[in-house]
Design a protein around this ligand. Structure first.
Ligand code: NDP
Ligand code: MG
Length: 385
C-alpha cells in the first residue's frame, strides 16, 4: 500500500521514540519533520543524519549548543529549551506529532501542537492525567484526533472500532502485567532496590515508566488517561501476567471485546500512525500456543496501594491527578538515587495528595504551580537530591 505521512517525534531518543523511528525506517512513506531529545545528543545526531528532519530540539540548553556544532555541516536547524520543544511540536509540514517525552514536560508542547492543528499520537500519558480537561476540549475545538500509543489504550480504541455510541460501554477492563513483584506482600517489597525494580518481565521501557509499572502507579495513570480518552469512569483493572490481552471493553449487553497481540510497542505505535489502515509488521506474530493459558486476577491494592490513590484522584478530579503524577515523578527520582525506599514512593504520593488542596477545573498555570508544590512536598521529605 502506498502510504505517506509526515510526523514529528518529541522524545525521539527514548524507548517509544526509537521504536517510532524503527517504523519510519521500515515504511519510507513516513518522514520526519522534527525530533527532540533532552540531553542524549549523540543518538539525536545519528537520528538526525539518518532521517534528515528540518529541525531538532535539545531541551538541555548547553547540550543544544554542542549539537549545533556537530550538525554544522547540515541544513538541520537546532533549537533549544522549552520554546524549542514548542517549535518542534508545531513545525510546518508535520500532520501528526508523536508525544514520547517523559513526564509533565509533555503537556505544553502537546497543547501547542493541537493549536497548530496537528493530530497527536499520544504516548505521554502525563499530558492527559494533568491536563485532560484542557487537551480534550482543545482537540475538539481544533478538529484534531488524539490517537493512543499506550498499548492498553490502543487496545481499547481498537476494541471500540465497531461502537457507534459510547453510551454502550459498560466497563473498560484495563489489563496490567502486575510487574516484577506481583504476588509479594508489603513486608517482601520493603527492601527492593532500583536495579530489581528496573527489571520488567514483559516490556522494555524507559526508567520512570518501568518503576511506575512495578508500583502500579503506571496503571493508575492509565486509568485516568482512559477516562479522558474514552469518556467514562467505569474502569476496572485486571492483572494479566502474560501481557497478551492488551485491554478490553465490556458493553451493555455484556459482550466483551479484547485486542490481543505480542507484547511489542511497535504495534500500537504503528496503528496510531496508520489508523484507520493496518500495515504488515515483521517479527511480532502472536503465537497463542506458546502461552497455552491466559489468566486474570485482582490487583493487590494493599501492597501496591498507589493504585487506590489513583482511583481516589480519578474520583476527586480537579488538580488531584496532577498531584498524584508530580509527587510520583519526584519520588521515583529520589528512589532511583537511593534516597528513599520502594514503599516510600507510594507513601510520598499519599502524603502529597492529602496535603495539597483541590482546585476545580485547573488552568495550565495552576497545573504547573501544583507540580512545583507537589515536588517540593516530596523532596522536603528527604532533602533535595
Ligand atoms: P524514555 O525515558 O525512554 O524517553 C524519554 C524521552 O524524553 C527521551 O527522548 C528523553 O531524552 C526525553 N526527555 C527526558 N526528559 C525530558 C524533559 N525534561 N523534557 C523533554 N524531553 C525529555 O521514556 P519512554 O519512551 O519509556 O516513555 C515516554 C512516554 O511514553 C512516557 O510518558 C511513558 O509513560 C509513555 N509510554 C511509554 C511506554 C513504553 O513502552 N516505553 C508505553 C506506554 C507509554 P534523552 O534521551 O535525551 O534523555
Ligand atoms: Mg501501558
Amino acid at each position: 500500500m502506498e502510504f505517506e505521512h509526515r510526523i514529528s517525534v518529541l522524545g525521539s531518543t527514548g524507548s517509544i521514540g526509537t521504536q517510532t523511528l524503527e517504523i519510519a525506517r521500515e515504511y519510507k512513506g513516513i518522514s520526519i519533520e522534527a525530533m527532540s531529545a533532552h540531553s542524549n545528543i549523540d543518538l539525536l545526531e545519528k537520528q538526525a543524519r539518518e532521517f534528515t528532519p528540518k529541525l531538532v530540539c535539545v531541551t538541555d540548553e548547553e547540550k543544544a549548543k554542542d549539537l549545533k556544532i556537530k550538525l554544522a555541516d547540515t541544513d538541520i536547524k537546532v533549537v533549544a529549551g522549552k520554546d524549542g520543544l514548542d517549535e518542534a511540536a508545531t513545525a510546518d509540514g508535520a500532520k501528526t506529532v508523536v508525544t514520547a517525552v517523559v513526564g509533565i514536560s509533555g503537556l505544553e508542547p502537546t497543547i501547542e501542537a493541537i493549536k497548530a492543528k496537528k493530530n497527536i499520537a499520544l504516548a505521554n500519558k502525563e499530558t492527559l492525567v494533568t491536563g485532560g480537561h484542557i487537551v480534550m476540549n482543545l482537540a475538539k475545538e481544533n478538529g484534531v484526533s488524539i490517537l493512543p500509543v499506550d498499548s492498553e489504550h490502543s487496545a481499547i480504541f481498537q476494541s471500540l472500532q465497531g461502537c457507534r455510541d459510547r453510551k454502550e460501554i459498560k466497563n473498560i477492563l484495563l489489563t496490567a502485567s502486575g510487574g516484577p513483584f506481583f504476588g509479594k506482600k508489603r513486608g517482601e517489597v520493603e527492601n527492593i532496590t532500583p536495579a530489581a525494580a528496573l527489571n520488567h518481565p514483559n516490556w522494555n521501557m524507559g526508567a520512570k515508566v518501568t518503576i511506575d509499572s512495578s508500583t502500579l502507579v503506571n496503571k493508575g495513570l492509565e486509568v485516568i488517561e482512559a477516562k479522558w480518552l474514552f469518556g467514562t469512569e467505569n474502569i476496572k483493572v485486571l492483572v494479566h501476567r502474560q501481557s497478551v490481552v492488551h485491554s478490553m471493553v465490556e458493553f451493555t449487553d455484556n459482550s466483551v471485546i479484547a485486542q490481543m497481540g505480542a507484547p511489542d510497542m511497535r504495534l500500537p505505535i504503528q496503528y496510531a500512525l496508520t489508523y484507520p489502515n493496518r500495515l504488515p509488521m515483521k517479527n511480532n506474530e502472536l503465537d497463542l500456543l506458546k502461552y497455552g493459558a491466559l489468566t486474570f486476577e485482582e490487583p493487590d491494592t494493599d501492597t501496591f496501594f498507589a493504585l487506590r490513590l489513583a482511583f481516589e484522584a480519578l474520583r476527586n478530579g480537579g488538580i488531584k491527578p496532577t498531584v498524584f503524577n508530580s509527587a510520583d515523578e519526584a519520588a521515583v527520582d529520589l528512589f532511583l538515587k537511593g534516597k528513599i525506599s520502594y514503599l516510600e514512593i507510594s507513601e510520598a504520593v499519599a502524603r502529597a495528595m492529602s496535603t495539597v488542596k483541590n482546585i476545580e477545573n485547573p488552568t495550565v498555570s495552576d497545573i504547573f504551580e501544583t507540580d512545583r508544590l507537589s515536588r517540593e512536598i516530596v523532596y522536603g521529605l528527604k532533602g533535595r537530591a
